[in-house]
Design a protein around this ligand. Structure first.
Ligand code: FAD
Length: 503
């Protein structure tokens, strides 16, 4: 993946760079910094052990670091992997200018961390009016021959088994424990290093992610045995205090390069073929990687650069302070009070304490709340990018500004993922212990997800009145008691005004 020669060569130096500018560009979660810094060091050590010449260096920027090292080693050529996201593409162009001036050429090689090339996706996207994931996914299944039968039909007789999934977590069933890889000396050193860095976010002491290839492979094996068999049915379930539930928690490891997406997909397929995993779970999981991950990356390039400022619903608000400080703790010198919505505060705490919460917490709690409140997609995206250990712009931006907030006006998702408290109640155990009443639409105890939902529908009534999957809801508004609607609007506005915001 890293475009490094298989055999060590005397005339090749492998360079790993830490950019001070990148490290200071956002209030990164401390665990994300530890993951990247420690994984780099473990990678360097494994290359050295294999006989490669390796340099790990800190530099003001990646471009300056490359230029300095090229001079130091008298290089004639620098070989790098193409930028995975826009900032890195721009940075490599700056590096090219600096290297050119030194008479050094820069050669960019394809990023092998994906299963479709950028050109492949662009060819698929060209000329299509709609870019739905499902059609792209089927092409990927055929291309990589995953879950396909010799006669060309999909294994299990269907492409998609979602109808068998979407169960809430059974009452009384124990929640699987969070996995821990004990930090070794290298990791502990990086934990100490970032602990004191100012303008960063999140707890560092709970760091327990793998940072080496061997430990990452062990998490994959554990997932296949312990969680994959029931992954499908409980994919959408939410449980208080459980950031992963039966999800794999592999995204940070795949995105940082410790696991290759194809090895993960093939391992899951093998578990199905050997009879350890039912098709609904195997297919549901494989679709996430072979389908969603590739599609999201393709759509990032398809929609850039406009995606960074996309705001189709004209959402006006900055990010509520709760996202940085759910318990009302001081952040940036101020406090915004504690968040009393049990679903929102818990999923935000999971991010603060572990750098992650699973897909439904991100989509149906955090984005759902922010979208209905009216938070600008760019402000929410900045939080996701900084706060999650698996977040890079190529993956968080389409998920947040596209899927999560409908900022892209429907390029990714045909309708906004907004839902009232009833959805959270159906899929989680949050509402029972909450200070708010999920059954009430208005009044001092009403769940904010409820009045925000109807206020959202009301504010966007015209836009969605003819939308085939939204018009039922706008019709419902037409039949609503006029006084109740006024109350909903007033309560939503008062709620908005009661919050503290970033900046
Ligand atoms: P599992 O549920 O076990 O899924 C397996 C794998 O599928 C993941 O590891 C991931 O590699 C891939 N995957 C699944 N869904 C997606 C998706 N929508 N986009 C890309 N890959 C996907 N994923 C990230 O990797 N980085 C992000 O910054 C990120 N931000 C997100 C923001 C929002 C608002 C939403 C709704 C989703 C986001 N996702 C992101 C996608 C998804 O939520 C995470 O990949 C997943 O929760 C990671 O946990 P897991 O490894 O346990 O996933």
């Amino acid at each position: 993946m890293a475009n490094i020669p298989r055999e060590p060569r005397e005339d090749v130096v492998v360079v790993l760079l830490e950019s001070v500018a990148k490290g200071a560009s956002l209030p990164w979660h401390r665990q994300k910094l530890v993951l990247i810094l420690s994984a780099m060091r473990h990678f360097a050590a494994s290359l050295e052990k294999a006989g490669h010449r390796v340099v790990l260096r800190k530099a003001p920027t990646y471009a300056e670091g490359l230029a300095t090292l090229a001079q130091e080693f008298g290089a004639t050529r620098v070989v790098a992997t193409e930028g995975r996201e826009q900032d890195m593409v721009d940075e490599l162009e700056r590096a090219r200018t600096q290297l050119d001036a030194l008479g050094v050429s820069l050669v960019l090689r394809e990023d092998r961390g994906f299963l479709a090339t950028r050109e492949e996706f662009a060819t698929w996207a060209r000329g299509r009016k709609e870019h739905r994931m499902e059609w792209f996914y089927r092409e990927m299944r055929r291309k990589h021959n995953i879950l396909m039968e010799p006669d060309g039909t999909p294994s299990g007789g269907d492409w998609n088994f979602d109808a068998d999934n979407r169960k809430p977590w059974p009452k009384g069933r124990e929640v699987p424990p969070l996995w821990r890889t004990e930090p070794d000396a290298i990791t502990r050193e990086q934990m100490e290093r970032v602990r004191g860095w100012s303008n960063r976010w999140g707890t560092v002491d709970t760091f327990a992610l793998p940072v080496s290839r061997a430990d990452a492979k062990a998490w994959l094996e554990r997932f296949i045995v312990e969680r994959l068999p029931e992954f499908g049915p409980y994919e959408d379930a939410l449980v208080h205090g459980a950031p992963d539930l039966l999800h794999s928690s592999l995204s940070s490891l795949i995105n940082v390069g410790l696991l290759h997406p194809l090895e993960v997909v093939k391992r899951a397929e093998r578990a199905y073929r050997e009879g350890h995993v039912p098709i609904a779970s195997a297919e549901g999981f494989i679709r996430q990687i072979l389908g969603w991950r590739e599609y999201i990356r393709g759509m990032y390039w398809h929609l850039m650069p406009g995606l960074r400022t996309a705001n189709a619903l004209n959402a006006p608000l900055p990010l509520p302070q709760w996202f940085w400080a759910p318990d009302g703790e001081a952040y940036n010198g101020t406090t915004g009070g504690a968040c009393e919505m049990r679903c929102l505060s818990d999923t935000i705490r999971q991010v603060r304490d572990y750098g992650r919460t699973h897909h439904i917490g991100r989509l149906m709690v955090q984005c759902n709340f922010a979208t209905m409140l009216g938070v600008q997609p760019a402000a929410l995206s900045r939080w996701f990018w900084a706060g999650f250990t698996d977040a890079y712009e190529w993956v968080e931006l389409p998920n947040v500004a596209g899927m999560g907030t409908w900022g892209d006006g429907g390029a990714l998702a045909s309708k906004p993922y907004v839902a009232s408290g009833a959805y959270v109640n159906r899929m989680s155990n949050y509402c029972g212990g909450c200070r708010y009443n999920v059954k009430q639409r208005t009044g001092p105890d009403a769940c904010p997800m409820n009045f925000l939902y109807w206020d959202f529908m009301d504010r966007h009534r015209e836009r969605f009145a003819k939308h085939p999957r939204m018009r039922m809801m706008t019709k419902h508004l037409d039949g609503m008691d006029a006084d109740e609607l006024v109350q909903i609007r007033t309560q939503a506005q008062q709620f908005r005004e009661s919050l503290s915001y970033d900046g």
